[in-house]
Design a protein. Structure first.
Length: 229
């Protein structure tokens, strides 16, 4: 078993005399109890260090995205993002967002479980354009008092391994009624970074219940829809 965010995720310790739960910056993991004087395997230590640095990078990403993700059910997202950053680091010797495409920000509540409106993503030299077709069933909501919905498009770019290496920007659509949307299409445009830097774009749908933002995570969906450098 790899690292987990909380100790309880490791389950019951089958033999406390032989195994111990250890907390590190990377998270919790279970290992055999060491004899005094034993040294940590250098490969394991390197992996632990890499895990710790990528989890810090994920924290920077989510801190920047806080206005859009604070009300979402992130679940295993941190570990998934950390794993993708480590894969890029191992293969390319650098970290970027190239393996993040199609990643759902709510792992247990994917965007396509809520959003039924077809959408496309177009990338040009200067911008990313997301187009959503609103002519059919836009949302899949059962037994809900949601009344309206809207979209966000968010772009984050830069180096997540640096303390102040990230920037973020976003655009928000108008508010649409759940029933009888008059508009045929919603278009969201985001400028790409002026300098050549890694970036990823996310699409989010949010629902309102009357004049209040929806409380339940099932009234939201957010996904990485494009990446680049």
């Amino acid at each position: 078993m790899g690292y987990v965010e909380e100790q309880w995720m490791l389950g019951d310790n089958p033999d406390p005399g032989r195994w111990e739960d250890v907390r590190t910056k990377a998270g919790w993991y279970r290992r055999r109890k060491r004899k005094k004087g034993s040294k940590i395997n250098t490969v394991l230590q390197k992996n632990a260090d890499r895990m710790g640095s990528t989890l810090q990078a994920v924290k920077r990403i989510l801190d920047k995205l806080h206005p859009w993700v604070h009300n979402l059910e992130l679940g295993t997202l941190r570990m998934k993002m950390s794993a993708k950053l480590r894969q890029r680091m191992a293969k390319e010797g650098k970290t970027d967002f190239m393996l993040m495409k199609d990643l759902d920000i709510q792992p247990w509540r994917p965007l396509n479980a809520l959003l039924r409106a077809p959408y496309s993503v177009q990338v040009s030299k200067d911008e990313v354009v997301i187009k959503l077709d609103l002519r059919g069933q836009n949302l899949d909501l059962k037994n809900s008092i949601a009344t309206d919905f809207y979209f966000d498009a968010v772009i984050i770019w830069g180096n997540p391994m640096l303390e102040k290496g990230l920037k973020v920007d976003g655009v928000e659509s108008k508010l649409y009624p759940i029933e009888n949307v008059k508009e045929k299409q919603c278009v969201l445009r985001l400028d790409l970074p002026v300098k050549r830097e890694p970036w990823m774009v996310m699409l989010k749908v949010s629902c309102l219940e009357g004049n209040e933002i929806g409380v339940s995570p099932r009234l939201y969906g957010m996904k990485v829809v494009e990446v680049g450098v």
